[in-house]
Design a binder for this molecule. Sequence first.
Ligand code: MN
Length: 234
Amino acid sequence: MNSTEPAQYLFNPVIPSLAVAGSDRRFPVRRVYCVGRNYAEHAREMGHDPDREPPFFFTKHPDGLLADGGVFPYPPGTRDVHHEIELVVAIGRGGADIAVEQALEHVYGYAVGLDMTRRDLQAEAKKMGRPWAVAKAFDHAAPCSALVPAAEIGHPGTGRIWLDINGEPRQEGDLAAQIWSVAEVIAHLSRLFVLEPGDLIMTGTPAGVGPVEPGDRLSGGVQGVGTLEIVVGQ
Ligand code: MN
């Protein structure tokens, strides 16, 4: 290859996308936002007071999505990778400064996701006052199920959210325990970024986070939305 090689060597044209359940269509993904500490019990298990914090956000890379049924390669640079099962919101209509009352009109659909986290690197980042990117935005850090359109299932505000490892319960919660509702999350986020179709929002995890090991089978879900299963690779 020399400097006159065509751009295909320099630019990967593959747009990350999610399957749309029950159809052949794909949902092209633009950005992946995540909410920190959105369930009180999880905030407490991480050593924070859930009553004192407005929502805060971090991001993952869209090409870090991993489809349902996939193998999650155990990532480098860590010895403590944690699972965080989350409801994922897909934005279908963009906007800025979106009012809470109109926020759900911007939702295309929902999915089940895992906010995989290199917890040891996150702890170091917190201690040093450094960004969370290496803890949260590594390769394959966002396993996600197929999307289910809100036109089919509505907007789940309550319902069980859970994660099992090798058939044993690890995380258990209810969407009703979210500190910030989906509508409130969209409203807050849209004051910081212009939302566009294709944006995903991982809405936080209930209590029970913990480490995964090579060979583990992670299976979780959100009642009324769907399920997600991945295997941890070597
Ligand atoms: Mn999370």
